[in-house]
Design a protein around this ligand. Structure first.
Ligand code: UT7
Length: 334
């Protein structure tokens, strides 16, 4: 957790890159194979489309593309990156994680450290918190943070209650202390392990190892207690948002834009209502991408910048919740 103090310069989010696969699956496409409808999906979630990887595409290739964008957009050279953190819930393979694959493909110095971080859909904000603290601790200068997810690979495409909600995507940021934008004002990460079963994938780990015939077993796919998650989501994003504001001695009236985790438009509207903030100050893009887990925050943040909503000097509040239950927020001046 980072709080500003008078004599301390916090690191910056120097850049944002984001990408999604080309292949698009619309609600109408899903109607053809599932007992669902565009009307149900749109009214219950706000989602219209999602982008998914083709069979021969790898999740880490998305991370590489988003990272290239983030590196090009930052004043930092590839050779200056001294750590890579990849927030993801499901890496290309169990061992190693996706981070070394991305370091190699990006052509970063081969001797730099890297690690994967798993914190549900809040992974990108957890990674920012960790990176900012590591820079503040003095051991690192320029950290590449990536949020990378390919949930299309682990949802059950016959389970209408989950598969319609998710898409694939990746986002990346360079965190460092050079530059005049993206100054982090405070970060906060939180957990509620009493909710660890709400979103889960049981099969494939050591308790329930990969097994023959597992494609018939629902425990080998992402499962979720949707209503339980819904109930907690607003409180989690609200409390972490208020926590970063309090740490920075600011209030919601100072915030220009809120970029929430893009899981469900109804959750986002309830968050806005409970914070007393108009929807015209909230960045929403889930209609096009659905829930891309660790990638929703950079995807929406970047879209806000590219579309010209988020301007230089704006105070931006990023907030997320997800499996674990892990949740958190980051406050920055763009
Ligand atoms: O990153 C965090 C990830 N997860 C979330 O954020 C999920 C949070 N939860 C949600 O977004 C909502 O709970 C859902 C969108 C998952 C579900 O919405 P809901 O309003 O809570 O619906 P429900 O689960 O109560 O289901 C209502 C009905 C059920 O039918 P019956 O039992 O009333 O006959 C479901 O079987 O809707 C049915 N249903 C569907 N119908 C058509 C569930 N999924 C579908 C579907 N199409 N895709």
């Amino acid at each position: 957790m980072i709080e500003p103090s008078d004599n301390e310069t916090l690191p910056n989010i120097l850049s944002v890159g984001a990408t999604v696969p080309e292949k698009v699956l619309t609600n109408e496409d899903l109607e053809k194979s599932l007992d669902t409808s565009d009307e149900w999906i749109t009214s219950r979630t706000g989602i219209k489309r999602r982008h998914v990887l083709e069979k021969d595409e790898t999740p880490s290739s998305l991370g590489v593309e988003a990272s290239r964008e983030a590196l090009e957009d930052s004043p930092v050279g590839v050779e200056e990156i001294d750590l890579v953190i990849v927030a993801t819930n499901i890496s290309d393979m169990p061992i190693p994680g996706s981070s070394p694959l991305i370091v190699e493909e990006l052509g970063l110095p081969s001797d730099i450290p890297f690690f994967d971080l798993k914190a549900g859909c809040s992974g990108f904000l957890y990674a920012i918190d960790v990176a900012a603290n590591m820079i503040r601790g003095g051991g690192y200068d320029k950290i590449l943070v990536i949020g990378l997810e390919a949930l299309s690979r682990i949802v059950n495409w016959e389970d209408r209650s989950t598969c319609v909600l998710f898409g694939d995507g990746a986002g990346a940021s360079v965190i460092g202390d050079r530059g005049d934008r993206g100054r982090i004002l405070s970060t906060s990460v939180h957990g509620d392990s009493s909710k660890s079963k709400l979103i889960r994938l049981e099969g494939g780990g050591t308790r329930l190892p990969p097994a023959e015939g597992s494609e018939q077993d629902e425990r080998y796919y992402l499962e979720m207690e949707g209503k339980g998650v819904f109930k907690s989501a607003v409180n989690m994003m609200k409390s972490s948002s208020l926590s970063v504001l309090e740490d920075a001695d600011l209030t919601l009236s100072n915030v220009d834009w809120i970029v929430p985790h893009q899981a469900n438009i109804r959750i986002i509207k309830q968050l806005a209502k409970s914070l007393g903030v108009g929807m015209d100050r909230i960045v929403v893009n889930l209609e096009e991408y659905a829930n891309t887990s660790t990638a929703t925050i950079p995807l929406a943040f970047k879209e806000g910048i590219d579309e010209g909503f988020i301007e230089s000097g704006d105070l931006v509040l990023l907030t997320a919740f997800g499996a674990g239950a892990a949740y958190g927020a980051t406050l920055l001046e763009w």
